[in-house]
Ligand binder design. Structure first.
Ligand SMILES: Cc1cc2nc3c(=O)[nH]c(=O)nc-3n(C[C@H](O)[C@H](O)[C@H](O)COP(=O)(O)O)c2cc1C
Length: 329
C-alpha cells in the first residue's frame, strides 16, 4: 500500500500531518507522533503580537503608531501562556529538526505586513522545511471594504513568499465573497499550499460576570464538509497544493479529503481527544479501507470526487442547495 504523497514539494510517508498545536512545544511528544506514523508536523504558531511585544520590550519606541492594528495589544492574552517567545521559537525549530526526521513546518500567525515578517527569514535559517502562514483576521470595522481585506491577504502573502525560499502554505478562512477567486490570488501571490480552513473560535458570554469569554470546543467530523466542498471545487484549478484542517478525526475523513483533492490532511482535536496513538489507528484503518477496495496508492484516489472528476459537478453548486432542501421529508 503506497500512502506516500507530496505536499509543498515535500515527500510525505502518508497524508496525515499534525496540525499546529501546543503539543508541538514538547519535543518528546513530537517524537511520539513521528513514531505513531505522523508524516510531518506543523509547529504551534509564533504570533505577530508576540514578536511585537518582544520588540516593544527591547525598545518602546519601535512600537509607536502600530497600536492602530485591529486588535489592540492590550487584549492579547498573557504572553507567558504562549511560553516560547520569538527567540525560543527559533531555537525550538532547531531542536525539533535534530530530534525527528519528518518534515517540520513552522507557523507564523499574523495579519499585517511589517518588521515582524523578518521572522520568516529567521525561521528559514533555523532549518524549517516549510512555513505555514496563518492569517486570522476578523474585519470588524464597517468602513473597511472587502477589497481592502483581500489586498491585506495578497500583500502579506507576497511579502512573506518573496522573502524566503522555503515553501509557504497559507492557512485562512473560507469567508470571502468570492472565495475561489481569493484563493486563486493567494496561489498567484506565491503560496505553494492552501490550508483549508481556520476554525473560528467564537467567544461566548458569561452571564454571571457579564464578561465575554474565550470558548474553544474541539472539532468533530461534521466540520469536514465545508473543507471537502472547497477542496473539491479548487482541485485542478490552482497551481498550489491543498491541505485540509478542521474535522479530520477518522480514516474515512482522510480518505474523503484526498478524494476531494487534498495532498495532505491535518489533525489536531482527535489527537487531543484520543491521544497520540490515534494516529496509528487512523493510518491502519486507512490501509485496510483501501486494501478492501483494491486501491493501491493515494494517487489512485486523489481528486476522485472533485468537481472536475465527478459525473454531476452541480453537486457542489447552487442546484445542490435546492436538492438538499427538497430531500428533507
Ligand atoms: C488547543 C489548540 C491550539 C491551537 N493552536 C494553533 C496555533 O497556534 N496556530 C494555528 O495555526 N492553529 C492552531 N490551532 C488550530 C489547529 O491547528 C487546527 O487547524 C484546528 O484545530 C482544526 O483541526 P481539528 O479539527 O483537527 O481540531 C489550535 C487548535 C487547538 C485545538
Amino acid at each position: 500500500m503506497m500512502l506516500q504523497t507530496r505536499y509543498l514539494g515535500l515527500n510525505l510517508n502518508n497524508p496525515l500531518v499534525i496540525a499546529s498545536l501546543p503539543l508541538a512545544k514538547d519535543i518528546s511528544s513530537i517524537r511520539h507522533m513521528e513514531d505513531a506514523g505522523a508524516a510531518a508536523v506543523v509547529l504551534h504558531s509564533l504570533f505577530e503580537e508576540q514578536i511585537l511585544i518582544e520588540e516593544k520590550q527591547l525598545n518602546e519606541n519601535l512600537l509607536r503608531g502600530t497600536e492602530s492594528f485591529a486588535e489592540a495589544l492590550s487584549y492579547f492574552p498573557d504572553i507567558s501562556s504562549f511560553q516560547l517567545g520569538p527567540t525560543a521559537y527559533l531555537e525550538h525549530i532547531k531542536e525539533v529538526k535534530r530530534a525527528v526526521e519528518i518534515p517540520v513546518i513552522a507557523s507564523l500567525n499574523g495579519i499585517s505586513t511589517g518588521g515582524w515578517i523578518e521572522y520568516a527569514k529567521k525561521i528559514e535559517a533555523a532549518g524549517a522545511d516549510a512555513l505555514e502562514l496563518n492569517i486570522y483576521f476578523i474585519p470588524t470595522n464597517p468602513a473597511v471594504m472587502g477589497d481592502q481585506v483581500e489586498q491585506l491577504y495578497t500583500v502579506l502573502v507576497k511579502d512573506v513568499t518573496s522573502s524566503i525560499k522555503i515553501p509557504v502554505a497559507v492557512k485562512l478562512s473560507p469567508f470571502f465573497s468570492a472565495a475561489a477567486n481569493m484563493l486563486k490570488r493567494i496561489d498567484q501571490a506565491g503560496a505553494k499550499g492552501l490550508v483549508l480552513f481556520n476554525r473560528f473560535y467564537q467567544p461566548d458570554f458569561d452571564l454571571d460576570n457579564l464578561n465575554v469569554v474565550p470558548n474553544l470546543h474541539l472539532s468533530h467530523s461534521g466540520e469536514l464538509t465545508l473543507r471537502l466542498r472547497w477542496a473539491a471545487i479548487l482541485y485542478g484549478q490552482l497551481d498550489c497544493d491543498l491541505a485540509i484542517t478542521g474535522g479530520i478525526h477518522t480514516a474515512e475523513d482522510v480518505i474523503k479529503s484526498i478524494m476531494a483533492g487534498a495532498n495532505a490532511t491535518m489533525m489536531a482535536s482527535a489527537i487531543l481527544k484520543h491521544g497520540i496513538s490515534h494516529i496509528q489507528s487512523v493510518l491502519s484503518d486507512m490501509k485496510e479501507w483501501m486494501k478492501k477496495r483494491d486501491y493501491n496508492s493515494i494517487e489512485d484516489i486523489r481528486g476522485l470526487l472533485s468537481m472536475k472528476n465527478i459525473a454531476e459537478p452541480t453537486a457542489y453548486v447552487r442546484s445542490n442547495y435546492m436538492k438538499v432542501l427538497g430531500s428533507y421529508l
